[in-house]
Each structure stands twice: as structure tokens, then as C-alpha cells.
Design a binder for this molecule. Structure first.
Ligand code: CP
Length: 327
């Protein structure tokens, strides 16, 4: 257990050791138990966290705000559109200034090629921890919540479990690639057998793939990439089919929509779920395109754990905030 995590940024869980992440999970379960019992846990009394959003959110905003209140502190919601950022406030200035008002700065900035760079610039200028509420490369708190959920279903030792991280069709918009990227990075560190399934146009960043491969080698797990939707489900303990944009192929929305139309049959339905192990769980970070990306019968069915995932956002975030922002 690592007990001195004060001041640490959480931009990607890849930069935290397994010991440190185990500490996060231990604290998250402790705080989840305390909340279930109604035990007060005001570990961040008088602390303030800035929540700077460049795009919309349901779960992330609500869980960070609720979490800070439950820890005895306050979260100030700041929508970038209502600030002077578009009139010239730089990332360095945001880091310097919000860092002087607050005890932590959480940011969601998913613009492709810009988000992660922005977070790094803010972090370099900030005297307080920077927490990544999702950027163009990583979505660490989603994936920590996912890992917590998987461990609740299968136990803490995940060695040898198969997870299928798969692309699925969606019509709504070019979703970021940060969820599948953070998933393959973290799941390969548990010694799991990780399959990444996607049509050829939906590649992920080469350096992330190389890190996932290296993680798998070190942990004794495996990492493979396939392009057959049905094949990915076979023998899986965990299936995580979700859409993402063909961002490494094109950043043009119309072109991306045209490519996606070739794969409208990539929907997670009951027939596909039957190809996985009988005890397999269905996961999705939400929001999902219902009956396009996933059939109602699956997302609302007995194998779905999507609400546990959403709940665990609260607990892992409270754990990281308490560990990094305490006095
Ligand atoms: N999963 C997730 O990050 O949800 P929101 O976009 O609603 O925050």
C-alpha cells in the first residue's frame, strides 16, 4: 500500500504503479462501505476542486460534485464557454490561477490532438493536483471504476480472465478513443487476456498499443487485435463493446459517418452475448446509442453491469481526491 499520494496528478492511470492503484481500490471500497453505512467521511473539509469542462457530461460532473460534497469539500463547476479562455486565458494561466484558488483542478477536454496537451500544460503550471475527467487520449476515472466493477464480479485476481474491448456502431457522434485506450492500458496490467476488436479504420494510437503490449508482457497476460466482431465475444468473461470515432483515419465527421455505415451490424445483441461465457458481464461507460450500439435486451438484461460501473465512478474518484488532495 502506498500512503503518500498527496499532490499527485491523475492524468493517466498508466503513470501510477500497481501498488498505488491497489491503494486507490482499497480506499474506494472503504469509502463505498462508509457511504452504505451512513458513516461520515469528511476527509477533505474546506477543500475546493475546480471542475473545468470543455464539453458536456452527465456522470462525470454529477459524481465529482457529489463526491466532493460527501468528502466535506466543495466542487466549483466551470464551463469553458463561460470563461475568458476563448479570449486568451492560456493553459499556463489556468494552472497558475485556478491552482491558487483551489486544492485540485479537474479538467475534461476531448478535442482530438489538443485535450491531453492542454491538461499537461495546466499541470505543469499548477501547484495542486490535476485530475483528468477525460481527454482525447485517456479516461482514467472511467477505467478505474470499470476495474473496480470487474473485481467486484470476479474477485481481485483477474489473471487469465478474457476481456473483449470492442468497437460497436453508433450513429450519434464521433466518440473519443480515450475509453478503449485506457481500457487496454489498465486491463493488460492485471495479467488479463485482452482482445481489442475493431474494423480496420478504427485503429487506436500506435504508442498506446505498444504500451498495452508491453504491459501484457510484464503482467503475464496477453494482448491481441482482431477485426471480426463475433470472434471477439468468444469465451469472453467481460465484453465491453462501444463506439469510437475513426479519428486516426479521418477527422472529417461526414467521412467518418460514411465509414461507420459499413459496420451497422456491429451491435451487441443477445445472439452475440451467447457467444461469450455463460457468466460473462456486459459493460459500457454510457451514454450508449440504444438499439444501434447495444440492444435494450442486453443493456437492460441480467448480464449488464452498467449501473454498477456508473456508481463506482463516485467511489474511485472520492478515493483519488482524498489521497491526492488531503492536507
Ligand atoms: N462515462 C462518462 O464519462 O459519462 P459522461 O460523459 O456523462 O460524464
Amino acid at each position: 500500500m502506498q500512503t503518500d499520494l498527496r499532490g499527485r496528478d491523475m492524468i493517466t492511470e498508466q503513470e501510477w504503479t500497481m501498488d498505488e492503484l491497489d491503494t486507490v481500490f482499497d480506499v474506494a471500497w472503504d469509502l463505498k462501505r462508509k457511504r452504505a453505512l451512513g458513516e461520515p467521511h469528511a476527509l477533505l473539509r474546506d477543500k475546493v476542486l475546480a471542475l473545468l469542462f470543455f464539453i458536456s457530461s452527465t456522470r462525470t460532473r454529477a459524481s465529482f460534485e457529489a463526491g466532493m460534497a460527501q468528502l466535506g469539500g466543495h466542487a466549483q463547476f466551470i464551463e469553458s464557454r463561460t470563461t475568458q479562455i476563448s479570449h486568451g486565458d492560456t493553459a499556463k494561466e489556468i494552472g497558475e490561477i485556478l491552482g491558487r484558488y483551489n486544492d485540485g483542478i479537474a479538467i475534461r477536454h476531448c478535442d482530438f490532438g489538443e485535450g491531453n496537451k492542454y491538461l499537461r500544460e495546466v499541470a505543469a503550471a499548477s501547484r495542486v493536483p490535476v485530475l483528468n475527467m477525460q481527454c482525447d487520449v485517456y479516461h482514467p476515472f472511467q477505467i478505474l471504476a470499470d476495474a473496480m466493477t470487474i473485481m467486484e464480479k470476479f474477485g481481485r485476481n483477474l489473471k487469465g480472465r478474457k476481456i473483449n474491448v470492442s468497437w460497436a456502431y453508433a450513429a450519434s457522434y464521433q466518440k473519443p478513443i480515450s475509453v478503449p485506450q485506457s481500457l487496454i492500458l489498465l486491463m493488460t496490467r492485471f495479467g488479463m487476456n485482452v482482445t481489442l476488436t475493431h474494423p480496420p479504420e478504427y485503429k487506436l494510437m500506435p504508442d498506446i498499443l505498444a504500451q498495452a503490449q508491453e504491459n501484457a508482457k510484464r503482467s503475464g497476460g496477453s494482448f491481441e487485435i482482431i477485426h471480426d466482431f463475433n470472434e471477439g465475444f468468444k469465451d469472453a468473461d467481460i465484453v465491453y463493446p462501444k463506439s469510437w470515432g475513426a479519428l486516426l483515419t479521418t477527422t472529417d465527421d461526414a467521412e467518418s459517418a460514411r465509414i461507420g455505415k459499413k459496420y451497422t451490424d456491429w451491435i451487441c445483441d443477445a445472439r452475440r452475448m451467447k457467444m461469450a461465457k455463460e457468466h460473462a458481464i456486459y459493460m459500457h461507460c454510457l451514454p450508449a446509442d440504444r438499439n444501434i450500439e447495444v440492444a435494450d435486451e442486453v443493456i437492460d438484461g441480467p448480464q449488464s453491469v452498467v449501473y454498477d460501473e456508473a456508481e463506482n465512478r463516485l467511489h474511485v474518484q472520492k478515493a483519488v481526491m482524498a489521497l491526492t488532495m488531503r492536507s
